[in-house]
Design a protein around this ligand. Structure first.
Ligand code: HEM
Length: 465
């Protein structure tokens, strides 16, 4: 239990761990396993200090929040142009090399203008229709390739397979039929791009506890590697987008729709380049967790297989309750962004504590997603919890706002419809075609490399049904 202290002026003082001058609690974080285990470190702090507490992580002063109603309050106070944390190394890179970036790195009126246009293209109710076909085609090809090459055997390097698949889907969504026709000529570029996006996340995770300016000034290897990976990714993304723009001038795919909005080519290129980067690590890793969790549960695979036999169209598949439960449950246990971030435009009370405008607030969704107040049997993979009982209530969810993998509010993930469709349709096709089993049965831990990744490779054996 935590106790609320009161300051000399009578205001409740936010709980906070003791730290050393200048370095705060960095040594505690290292002792707990470093940034790769930050989710567990913060989880333990919430248990010790309560649902709202303050701590300096390296040089950054942070307020952590794990209570779902306080999290919703933060979103309700975020203002017209919400601001989130942009990783230090990326911001410094953009500044040093004069690089103009896409939505994630925009702020204020510029962000609002582009975001409104992209919302109408990517999030309106019928926006899923245009992306179903390209996603379905790429997913079909993935399972056909796996059947041809790995049936009865181990699927080597699942992570690479899924990176490639994620970039392939993004290309197909952006350019529709055009990409599907030009796929072979672009194969090498797409392969290279998939590896470089992977590398960016690895390298920027290495920089997370060192101030970026210091890393750049000292030119440490992690900084040099980060710069070269990001240089290459941005130039490949620019190259791919520039090549596809003339092909899509007549309105093909999402790229054609963006061009039809009259956005200048230079802005289209930076927005699209960042869609690629945003789409790579996120869906690839989430799908890796989905397949891992299913491979551990043969009975669930069979139950899903039965559910899938009753439907034919992609739209129906994407709505199947158990399949949806599997995806939601994997994202609850392994949220791609274990912390959502906001800077509020005004002073506010959060959890009864004063939080000045501009303080960094981190919403601990790893903790809220595994809190038994919100989810009974919180550490269990139980997809049925997301199915409904006869009164229409979720069977095992006490507070659905406690799991927010795509965030909430005006700045939530712009790619969530695409991501959702690609994960559900691909999982469905894998289950329809194969039985999966794990080659190493020991359970796999989650480690943070900006996004949660398996601590060792997921080794799957696929057997055709
Ligand atoms: C499992 C898949 C995914 C997850 C869990 C995920 C999650 C997130 C989260 C948590 C944010 C931050 C929102 C905030 O600050 O409140 C975000 C932003 C963003 N995501 Fe995703 N994402 C996924 C897939 C994708 C895909 C496929 C794309 C591209 C098509 C994408 C593009 C973006 C962009 C551009 C932003 C920045 C939006 C802005 O600042 O306005 N994401 N995503």
């Amino acid at each position: 239990m935590w106790r609320r202290a009161v300051s000399a002026c009578g205001e409740a003082e936010m709980p906070s761990p003791r730290g050393l001058p200048f370095i705060g609690t960095v040594l505690d974080i290292f002792a707990a396993g470093g940034t790769s285990r930050l989710h567990e470190y913060v989880d333990a702090r919430h248990r010790q200090l309560g649902p709202v507490y303050r701590e300096s992580i390296g040089p950054v002063k942070c307020v952590f929040v794990s209570d779902p109603s306080e999290m919703r309050r933060v979103f309700s106070l975020e203002g017209k142009c919400p601001r989130h944390l942009q990783p230090d190394p990326w911001v410094l890179y953009n500044k040093m090399y004069g690089c103009k970036r896409g939505l994630f790195f925009m702020d204020g009126e510029e962000w609002l203008r582009f975001r409104r246009t992209m919302n109408t293209l990517m999030l309106r109710p019928d926006s899923g229709d245009a992306v179903v076909k390209p996603i379905d085609t790429v997913a079909d090809e993935l399972v056909a390739r796996w059947a041809r090459k790995y049936s009865g055997d181990e699927l080597p390097r699942l992570d690479r397979e899924l990176y490639r698949w994620a970039i392939d889907i993004m290309m197909a969504v952006l350019t529709g039929d055009k990409y599907l026709k030009h796929r072979l000529e672009l194969e090498d570029v797409v392969d290279r791009f998939a590896s470089v996006v992977h590398l960016i996340f690895e390298e920027s995770a290495r920089l997370s506890l060192i101030p970026a300016k210091m890393a750049a000034f000292l030119k440490i290897p992690a900084w040099k590697n980060f710069v070269s990976a990001i240089d290459e990714a941005i130039s490949l993304a620019h190259d791919l987008t520039t090549r596809m723009i003339p092909e899509c001038q007549n309105g093909e795919g999402l790229l054609g729709a963006i061009l039809a909005e009259g956005i200048e080519d230079k802005d289209v290129i930076r927005i699209v380049a960042d869609l690629f980067i945003g789409a790579g690590d996120t869906t690839a890793n989430s799908t890796q967790w989905i397949l891992y969790l299913l491979a551990r549960n043969p009975n669930l695979q069979e139950e899903l297989h039965v559910e899938l036999q009753k439907v034919y169209g992609c739209d129906e598949v994407a709505q199947l309750p158990l399949l949806r439960g599997v995806v939601k449950e994997a994202l609850r246990l392994y949220p791609t962004a274990p912390f959502l971030t906001r800077y509020l435009p005004q002073d506010n009370l959060i959890g009864g504590y004063h939080v000045p405008a501009g303080d960094l607030i981190l919403l601990s969704i790893y903790t809220s997603g595994r809190d038994e107040k919100n989810f009974p049997k919180p550490n269990e993979f139980w997809p049925h919890r997301w199915t409904r009982d006869s009164d229409g209530n979720y069977k095992g969810v006490s507070n659905c706002f406690a799991s927010l993998p795509f965030s909430m509010g005006a700045r939530s993930c712009i790619g969530r419809k695409i991501a959702d469709l690609q994960m559900t349709l691909t999982t469905a096709k894998v289950i329809q075609r194969f039985k999966m089993e794990l080659i190493e049965k020991k359970s796999i831990d989650m480690t943070l490399r900006l996004v949660p990744v398996p601590s060792r490779p997921v080794r799957l054996r696929l057997t055709e049904r």
